[in-house]
Design a protein around this ligand. Structure first.
Ligand code: NCD
Length: 322
């Protein structure tokens, strides 16, 4: 397979059935997914969910990088959508150990005719090229540092559920912004849904200068000022596995950026406290924060299952991601 494609050079009809990034979704589509998700959530709470859903077929969930929440969330969403998930969890015990490439693994599993793929893979994985070459829709479940579209969508679904709009809301990221695929997807989503993005982090976690030119971006040095500004504060995990030898003074990070019962006093009374998980307690936040009435960390996980179910149903219905 050629690896010379740029990410822009794709076949729209195939990408149109996939969810690789958020650049290809319209604001109408995103709002449709939000309302479908909340409808599914309501039906589930009313026990109106049909447990007799007929089996529609199989889905291949390939997690080439570790995951707990996202994998279980997609698995739950598959089962609730009448799709049996076949899960590859890490490379252990598979042909990847014998040197097979991730692309070849995907092509071989495609031959078994799943209804769609859900894939978590490192940056080098040629998501866009594969989405052009194969005939099965692909859903990005975390792509290196490039994007994690369903996480950004479920974050904003939760903001939408609270405020009934996301427009002009101030969404603050605190911590390891440079290495975060969640932030990458939020920058795309903010363009579509028209919200503001704030960064509050040490210099070593600040992305490259060029990407800071975005007029939507608000940069903060002081946590207190940043929290004052925010309608939702999203703390990010320090991604030690992606630091590749970069040195971090953890103690000074904690002193300046950790969410503690004291620091969150600067947040508005109706703001949301979020974290995509997994949380390093004592680093990004104190465990006590999970008891703050503004914290919606497990609500994000719950909303994630319905959001992913809504995405899967749209993929099964032929895709609306043009
Ligand atoms: C994030 C991820 O894996 O990108 N978590 C998640 O999907 N729930 C963030 C992280 O790993 O820190």
């Amino acid at each position: 397979m050629s690896t010379s494609f740029s990410d822009q050079n794709y076949n729209r009809s195939v990408i149109g059935r996939s969810l690789v990034d958020l650049n290809h979704l319209s604001s109408e589509t995103i709002h449709f997914i939000f309302s479908e998700s909340l409808k599914l959530k309501y039906e589930y709470a009313q026990n109106k969910w049909s447990k007799q859903t007929q089996l529609k077929g199989l889905a291949a969930l390939l997690f080439f990088e570790p995951s707990t929440r996202t994998r279980f969330s997609f698995e739950s969403a598959c089962v609730r959508s009448g799709v049996h998930p076949l899960v590859l969890d890490g490379g252990q015990g598979t042909s990847l150990e014998k040197g097979e490439t991730l692309e070849d693994t995907v092509l071989n599993i495609e031959a078994m005719k799943p209804l769609f793929f859900v894939i978590r893979a490192p940056d080098e994985f040629p998501f866009m090229q594969l989405a052009q070459h194969i005939n099965v829709p692909m859903i990005n479940a975390g792509w290196g540092m490039k994007g994690h579209p369903t996480q950004a969508l479920l974050d904003m679904l939760t903001v939408y559920e609270k405020f009934e709009t996301v427009e002009n809301k101030n969404i603050l990221f605190i911590g390891d912004i440079k290495h975060s695929r969640v932030v990458s997807s939020h920058l795309q989503l903010a363009e579509k849904l028209n919200y503001q993005v704030g960064y509050c982090c040490p210099d070593s976690f600040m992305p490259q200068q060029a990407s800071l030119m975005n007029p939507r971006l608000h940069l903060f040095n002081k946590l207190e000022q940043a929290l004052n500004w925010a309608d939702a504060a999203i703390a990010l995990r320090v991604q030690k596995e992606r630091h590749f030898g970069e040195k971090l003074n953890l103690q000074s990070y904690i002193e300046q950026y950790a969410l503690t019962p004291h620091s969150v006093k600067a947040l508005k009374s109706d703001a949301l406290i979020m974290h995509p998980g997994p949380i390093n307690y004592g680093v990004e936040m104190d465990q006590a924060i999970t008891h703050d009435p503004r914290a919606v960390i497990l609500k994000l996980v719950q909303n994630g299952t319905f959001l992913r179910q809504a995405v899967i149903q749209n993929v099964l219905n032929g895709g609306i991601f043009q």
